[in-house]
Design a protein around this ligand. Structure first.
Ligand code: B12
Ligand code: SF4
Length: 458
């Protein structure tokens, strides 16, 4: 059967890189003999363009990936598809779908036929096979939500223990050379490919929904399997830069050292950055090895400069550890640290936020990004606020990647926004910081401008 896997044309957010989840699903579907295309809308792409892609490819099944930020655009796209192609079956999946309760499906996504919660590599091909065979019983498919008479039924999701069995994402369907809008804008490489070496994370940070999506147990791909994927991306697509998208790449240090040695031993002249990592386990010899293997950027969630708030977040992190590890990396290597902080977390006071800003400025780091707490379902904190009656339904229409929608009790949104702007301005408007950012980015200015003009134009 022909299956189109897509992220609905996002009006709010942007997919800046090939979507690994869709790539893995495409591989799984192909293994079962299905024909697959991937459509990844960008902010500048409209519903019309999405519909014309569907007209052209004529899928029998449309699979949509939904983040909480994209609930509204996904619903609108699904309704438009239902109107124009009433016979096309629609299945939804992805982070938001994985955390939905069964009674929410009908109201949030009335145009859907099926949903799959959790990992889709096993259930999605089973669903496509069942539809090919005109089956009407879906009980054998794990993680599926399907209509059963007048109501919806669901089966429990699965997490497959051996990630190597999934093979590699279908790179031929999402050529990484076409994605020039880098996540780290100061990244020296013009293009790069994301890879994910593990799924799951045993930590329990209260703002994070990953435990529900990837699970609490770390599942690691084998080193050979990961290095084979790098080999393919280097030799078939000419990639020389990679973004590791694991939740927590530094969890299994044996894997990290094996990964670095694998790169060095093969003589690959590549660079790579790490999208999510904790620094707790990192020591100096490993930092040096990582630098030698091409690591350029480490992005770390430091979240707060107040130990009380870190503890409230269940971050399991000491401020002293952060100071020591960031200094160790910056003083002994060329690896740039990008730190992420959350401002306006529940229970936070103005003093806590000021502590975070001061802490960020004192650290030995290259860049910082400040977010205000984004109310996204799936995290323990979201559930806690609902329980306490502090929030009601998620304000999906209001949520944007850069929106400020929640302020802790005792603080107004206006005040929080002021502190947010102050955080950025006081961090970046320092001569030595401006100079080092300029030095790292000047050669990318044409690409940054080109991307900005393209977005502004649409
Ligand atoms: C890499 C990553 C990113 C990347 C790339 C995102 C992308 N295009 O996939 C970037 C950096 C762009 C990003 C951005 C953001 N992310 Co992010 N991201 C991740 C991360 C760490 C890994 C994603 C990944 O590759 N997983 C591995 C693949 C294999 O899994 P997957 O993509 O989820 O796909 C599987 C299933 O979901 C399912 N599936 C997926 N799609 C479909 C479709 C169908 C039809 C079916 C049947 C099944 C199915 O099957 C797939 C294969 O198993 C996850 C954490 C996690 N472990 O999932 C957070 C995560 C997905 N991100 C999250 C968030 C909050 C964000 C941001 C809002 C952060 C921010 N404030 O900027 C933005 C918004 C993104 C957006 N478009 O809206 C949350 C999502 C919470 C939610 N309720 O939606 C997560 C869960 C982490 C968290 N903190 O809780 N992210
Ligand atoms: S924020 Fe990072 S360390 Fe914490 S639970 Fe989520 S993935 Fe794990």
């Amino acid at each position: 059967m022909r299956v189109l896997l897509a992220v609905a044309p996002p009006k709010q957010t942007q997919s800046k890189m090939p979507d690994l989840g869709l790539g893995y699903l495409a591989t799984a579907l192909r293994k079962s003999g299905h024909q697959v295309a991937i459509y990844q809308g960008e902010t500048d792409e409209s519903l019309d363009r999405f519909l014309s892609m569907i007209r052209e490819f004529r899928p029998a099944l449309l699979g949509l990936k939904i983040f909480s930020l994209e609930v509204v655009s996904a619903r609108e796209s699904m309704e438009a598809v239902r109107t124009e192609f009433p016979d096309m079956r629609q299945v939804i999946g992805g982070p938001h779908v994985s955390i939905m309760q069964i009674d929410e499906f009908e109201t949030l996504f009335p145009a859907m036929d099926f949903a799959i919660r959790g990992e889709g590599e096993i259930p999605l091909p089973m669903l496509a096979d069942a539809l090919d065979n005109r089956a009407s019983d879906f009980r054998h498919i794990p993680g599926i939500v399907y209509r059963h008479g007048e109501s919806w039924s669901a089966t429990p999701p699965v997490r497959h223990p051996n990630l190597d069995d999934f093979g590699m994402p279908a790179w031929d369907l999402m050529d990484p050379r076409k994605y020039t809008d880098r996540w780290f804008f100061w990244n020296p490489a013009e293009v790069g490919a994301p890879i994910i070496t593990s799924r799951g994370c045993p930590y329990r940070c209260s703002f994070c929904a990953q435990n529900i999506v990837g699970g609490k147990r770390l599942r690691q791909r084998s080193l050979a399997n990961v290095l084979d994927e790098l080999d393919l991306l280097i030799n078939q697509f000419g990639m020389t830069d990679f973004e590791i998208m694991d939740d927590n790449f530094m969890m299994n240090m044996d894997f990290v050292t094996g990964f670095c040695r694998g790169i060095i031993n093969r003589g690959w002249k590549i660079t790579w950055s790490c999208g999510g990592s904790r620094l707790d386990n990192l020591d100096l010899p490993t930092v040096r090895l990582m630098e030698q293997a091409g690591c350029t950027i480490l992005s770390v969630g430091l979240e707060s400069g107040s130990q009380r708030v870190l503890d409230y977040m269940c971050k399991d992190l000491r401020l002293e550890t952060v100071r020591v590890k960031t200094a160790m990396i910056t003083r002994n290597s060329s690896i740039k640290i990008h730190a992420m902080f959350i401002l306006g977390y529940p229970t936070e006071t103005r003093q806590d936020i000021l502590k975070t800003i001061a802490f960020a400025k004192k650290l030995d780091i290259f860049a910082a990004t400040f977010f205000t707490f984004l109310l996204l379902p799936g995290s323990p904190e979201f559930a806690r606020l609902l329980d306490r009656g502090e929030i009601t339904n998620p304000p999906f229409r209001a949520i944007r990647i850069d929106s400020h929608i929640y302020a802790p009790q005792g603080m107004t949104l206006k005040e929080l926004k002021r502190l947010y702007h102050r955080a950025f301005l006081s961090f970046y408007l320092r001569p030595h910081v401006l100079w080092r950012i300029f030095r790292a980015t000047w050669h990318r200015i044409p690409v940054i401008l080109k991307n900005a003009i393209r977005k502004w134009h649409f």
